[in-house]
Design a protein around this ligand. Structure first.
Ligand SMILES: Cc1cc2nc3c(=O)[nH]c(=O)nc-3n(C[C@H](O)[C@H](O)[C@H](O)COP(=O)(O)OP(=O)(O)OC[C@H]3O[C@@H](n4cnc5c(N)ncnc54)[C@H](O)[C@@H]3O)c2cc1C
Length: 432
């Protein structure tokens, strides 16, 4: 590993929250480094797109935020995955054309802005080619995956479904149905609650209008993805509203059950949690000295919360006032709480997996294998569930929901790291 790099403020994650945090801290005269595992800054919602997407985004919030970040003097280091963290420094893996190398960055203050990922739930056929996560398919389409003329069912839960359906339709897909598991009553209540935030209501209405002819089925969910005869290709999905079951033909299924915060680094550092979210104070400080947390890891609440919280933490690192921002953070957090209540998963989704349904795709572990164990550690030891490349990021939240077994602990390296890179990193860690 090369010699450690030093900075006053280190931001992990260059999504909207990390960009806002880094910009505010750097504008407040701090030396700032931002790390992100993607090729470019932007996170999930501002993910780099094809030329056509970039063209549409010319005048967007994203462009303004990125330009301000660049002007602020913060140093952006992309293609770096943070795989280890302790008080005072993190280790990141950098993929280069010549291979992978590790990099240690020492910090005085750390801002965690690691975002969220989709929640997948296992059901028969969910591993068939043609079945994607909803946000995953959107990301693929942004990088050029063709969906023109394809029949797509968008299913699961959360506001992401409408955004994804609108995006796929604008790329020429025929979105035949949007299937939302939350009941109509909850959704109506949520829509009414948006009167205080008309911007969000208008955005939702725009998405809905852009898939105007598509059926939006509430209180429904996917029970099975069906392959073509003798084949492995998706041909249809079986849907239910709990009373009747029917089949919808499709070429692709985009299915995601809201989001799960990426909190592994915060867990490694020993931050206190409230449920699944990192607990923070009004300055976004965690329970660990000099460690802040912003955006989705503090609770799923969307881009506006991410931007406001990022700015608060950046200002706090620079010793500046955040007064006018506090109200914005409180409003957006309240929105996040309403999201959680509205899109809470229904109990019926716990019984979708059959005995032979794969629950851990990395290690090919079936549902029958994980039932009847004493807890997550037992499941892991007996079946290797959660021990593959994703390190339980996919199967962990699914098993937590279905069986009530929460992954017990987080260990470094958080991501697979080539042995040579890992050994050099651990040796240096022990020497300090
Ligand atoms: C798949 C997906 C698609 C979405 N699509 C939409 C949409 O279309 N419309 C919408 O309104 N909202 C969408 N959202 C929600 C939206 O992304 C968030 O509300 C918003 O981006 C939150 O910003 P953030 O900065 O907290 O997190 P993110 O935007 O997720 O940014 C976090 C960044 O941290 C990086 N990171 C995480 N861990 C590490 C690590 N260990 N090392 C280095 N880098 C790391 C991630 O790669 C990412 O770039 C989507 C979310 C997901 C998960």
């Amino acid at each position: 590993m090369s010699a450690a790099i030093r900075t006053e403020v280190l931001v992990v994650g260059a999504g909207p929250a990390g960009i806002a945090a880094a910009t505010a801290a750097a504008e407040g005269d701090c030396k700032v480094i931002v790390l992100d595992d993607n090729r470019k800054a932007g996170g999930q919602i501002w993910r780099e797109g094809s030329v056509a997407v970039q063209e549409q985004e010319k005048d967007s919030k994203k462009r303004r935020a990125l330009e301000r970040l660049q002007r602020s003097g913060a140093e952006l280091r992309t293609r770096r995955t943070v795989f280890a963290a302790t008080a005072g420094f993190v280790d990141a893996l950098q993929e280069t054309v010549a291979g992978s190398v590790t990099e240690r960055i020492e910090f005085e203050q750390l801002i965690l802005a690691t975002g969220a990922r989709e929640r997948w739930l296992p059901f028969p056929g969910w591993t068939l080619p043609g079945v994607f996560g909803a946000g995953g398919l959107q990301a693929l389409v942004r990088s050029g995956f063709p969906v023109k003329g394809k029949r797509v069912v968008v299913a699961g839960t959360g506001p992401l479904l409408l955004a994804v359906a609108a995006h796929l339709a604008s790329d020429g897909a025929f979105v035949s149905a949007i299937v939302e598991q939350a009941p109509l009553g909850k959704l109506m209540k949520f829509a009414v609650s948006l009167w205080r935030q008309p911007g969000k209501w208008i955005q939702g209405a725009r998405y809905r209008a852009s898939v105007g002819k598509t059926a939006y089925r509430t209180g429904c969910w996917v029970v099975e993805a069906i392959a073509a005869d003798h084949g492995q290709e998706l041909r249809a999905v079986r849907l239910t509203d709990g009373k009747r079951t029917w089949t919808e033909a499709c070429d692709l299924l985009a299915c995601g059950y809201h989001l799960v915060p990426n909190t592994e680094i915060a867990e490694l550092l020993g931050c206190t949690f409230e449920g699944d979210a990192v607990r923070v104070d009004a300055d976004q400080r965690t329970s660990i000295a000099h460690v802040f947390c912003v955006g989705e890891p503090t609770g799923i609440a969307g881009i506006d919360a991410a931007l406001a919280e990022g700015e608060v933490a950046g200002l706090a690192c620079a010793g500046k006032s955040r007064d006018s921002l506090s109200a914005r953070v409180i409003t957006e957090r309240a929105f996040g709480n309403r999201l959680q209540r509205t899109f809470a998963l229904r109990g019926e989704l716990r019984s979708l997996a059959k005995a032979d349904t794969i629950v851990c795709r990395c290690e090919d572990v079936r549902f029958a294998d994980v039932r009847g164990h004493a807890g997550w550690s037992d499941i892991k030891l007996q079946t290797r569930c959660g021990m593959g490349p994703c390190q339980g990021r996919v199967c962990g939240p699914a098993i937590d929901f279905v069986l009530g077994c929460k992954p017990a602990s987080v260990r470094q390296p958080l991501y697979p790291v080539p042995l040579q890179a890992l050994c050099s990193s651990l040796t240096e860690m022990n020497e300090i």
